[in-house]
Design a protein around this ligand. Structure first.
Ligand code: GLU
Length: 328
């Protein structure tokens, strides 16, 4: 019977594939959680997944678009992904069980590498007349995707100025609030251009595609977080560091703008095999030019700073690699 014979072949092929005979060796799938497509995690993470697939024998890696930092740690926790890009402040909260992780400390979270600075960019348009964070009171503001680190930064910075969130339209009765919209960077850019929202928080490497998109067709304004306010913010949240968005980072932005930054980092889980994490770490550091081609910010990804300020325990596989190379 023909059908029977086909079935036998299908079963045989499946057995060969599963046993690894057909491919010559076992395939190890590695899922990497990134962020929205208009951010920086996504292009750099996609390049990293390509490096791993091409350079680590037996590994098939894919980068996944997500809501970013907080969502990524939850995906890791559930075992849906193996590696994730996250902000250092969020990794710290997760590992130590504080803020949004107070009920479920992520003790299996492990560090692989510190990556590059992510700048808190508070974006608006010239005609909105928003000159300071305090001016955001009463406005409609995109605060980041649900589960993003951006959203946490937005909440903490607004709180510094005594501003909270409401998600209703009764904004005019509550002057010390913003109407918060939980939007991805791409959605925020579209809605700012369309006049639906007044401003957007974007925590990402400069230049961020979503901000470039706004600047391409509108008069972009970046709202400053002045040094004195940064000092107050750091008293409560030490992971913020003062930075300047250099002039001409975006079209029409002729003045430097002071604000704060956090750090992007690569994390995994303690139960990933030491050898696998060693190979992934090694492949990344041996193929930096591929990351740099994916996004300019990857120029800040350097072996000398791979461990600088690592806020959680390092994975044993990554540690082995750094020790071998004498990186402290
Ligand atoms: N740091 C951002 C977040 O966790 C994501 C940045 C990006 O997508 O490049 O919300």
């Amino acid at each position: 019977m023909r059908a029977d014979r086909v079935r036998v072949w299908v079963v045989l092929a499946a057995v060969l594939l599963l046993s690894g005979v057909a491919g010559g060796q076992q395939r190890r799938f590695v899922n990497l959680a990134t962020g929205g497509t208009a951010g920086v995690y996504f292009p750099i993470g996609s390049a990293l997944a390509r490096i791993w697939t091409e350079r680590v024998p037996g590994v098939q890696a894919t980068a996944q678009s997500t809501g970013a930092s907080v969502a990524n740690i939850r995906l890791l926790q559930r075992g849906d992904v193996d590696v994730a890009m996250v902000q250092n402040d969020i990794a710290y909260y997760a590992f130590h069980g504080i803020e949004m992780f107070s009920r479920d400390p992520q003790t299996r979270l492990r560090g692989m590498a510190m990556l590059y600075p992510e700048t808190i960019q508070i974006v608006t348009l010239r005609q909105k007349n928003i000159r300071s964070v305090a001016d955001l009171a009463g406005k409609r503001v995109a605060v980041g995707a649900p589960g993003s680190g951006t959203e946490v930064n937005a909440r903490q910075i607004l709180r510094l100025y005594g501003i909270g969130y409401v998600q209703t339209r009764q904004i005019h009765e509550l002057p010390r609030t913003v109407q918060a919209d939980f939007l991805s960077f791409a959605e925020a850019a579209d809605q700012l251009k369309d006049g639906v929202i007044d401003a957007a928080f974007i925590t990402a490497g400069v230049p961020t595609a979503a901000v470039q998109d706004i600047a391409a067709s509108r008069d972009l304004v970046l709202v400053p977080v002045p040094a004195a306010d940064v000092a107050r913010l750091r008293e409560r949240y030490p992971y913020y560091t003062p930075v300047t968005i250099e002039a001409n980072s975006y079209r029409g932005q002729t003045e430097p703008v002071p604000t704060v930054a956090v750090m992007a980092m690569l994390v995994t889980r303690s139960d990933l095999p030491e050898d696998l994490v060693y190979e992934l770490t090694k492949a990344m550091w041996e193929n930096l030019s591929t990351l740099q081609q994916a996004h300019a910010r990857a120029r800040d990804i350097r072996p000398e700073t791979a461990r600088a300020g690592m806020p959680i325990t390092m994975h044993a596989g990554a540690l082995r690699y750094y020790r071998e190379r004498g990186i402290r």
